[in-house]
Design a protein around this ligand. Structure first.
Ligand SMILES: [Cu+2]
Length: 158
């Protein structure tokens, strides 16, 4: 009798958990919006460039990886002052707090495209895949098309 009761409880919990999971999988869809995605066009033999964009998530999410066929290696970078020098550093993930727009821009967070397959010319479209992970460790891929802009198209410096 005792065991039966316990079993009932477990079943009830399992149903509740399933309901929560189902609700989450609905809201987890298309939770991340990206706008103004661009890539810096390369100059001469340059094999490295940066990708920038504005990312807004409707729920707490993390950007955990970035992929692109345009480069052999893609990393997530930040820039910080080290004594008087700005240095780039690879970061494992970037928090995307709910409702807050996180800006990837020159001099700050950026996506680093390393060992480019071919030069990036102004006007080119570079496909980048953002891999985001929500609090339940559920991952989702977001396809982004970034337009290449030349150095002179931006007032900022890398
Ligand atoms: Cu970098």
């Amino acid at each position: 009798m005792k065991l039966k009761l316990k079993l009932k409880k477990i079943v009830a919990q399992a149903i509740a958990a399933a309901a929560i999971t189902a609700a989450m999988s609905i809201t987890a869809h298309a939770q991340v919006a990206v706008k103004d995605a661009w890539v810096r066009a390369t100059v001469g033999p340059q094999k490295v460039t940066g990708a920038f964009m504005q990312i807004t998530s409707t729920q707490d999410t993390k950007l955990v990886a970035v992929q692109s066929d345009a480069a052999k290696k893609v990393e997530l970078h930040t820039m910080e002052m080290d004594k008087d020098v700005m240095r780039m550093r690879e970061i494992a993930s970037l928090d995307l707090p709910a409702g807050k727009t996180v800006e990837l821009k020159p001099g700050s967070y950026h996506i680093m495209l390393i060992d480019l397959v071919k030069p990036v010319k102004e006007g080119d479209t570079v496909a980048v895949t953002l891999v985001v992970e929500n609090k339940d460790k559920k991952r989702e891929n977001i396809e982004v098309k970034a337009t290449a802009k030349s150095l002179t198209a931006s007032a900022h410096k890398m």
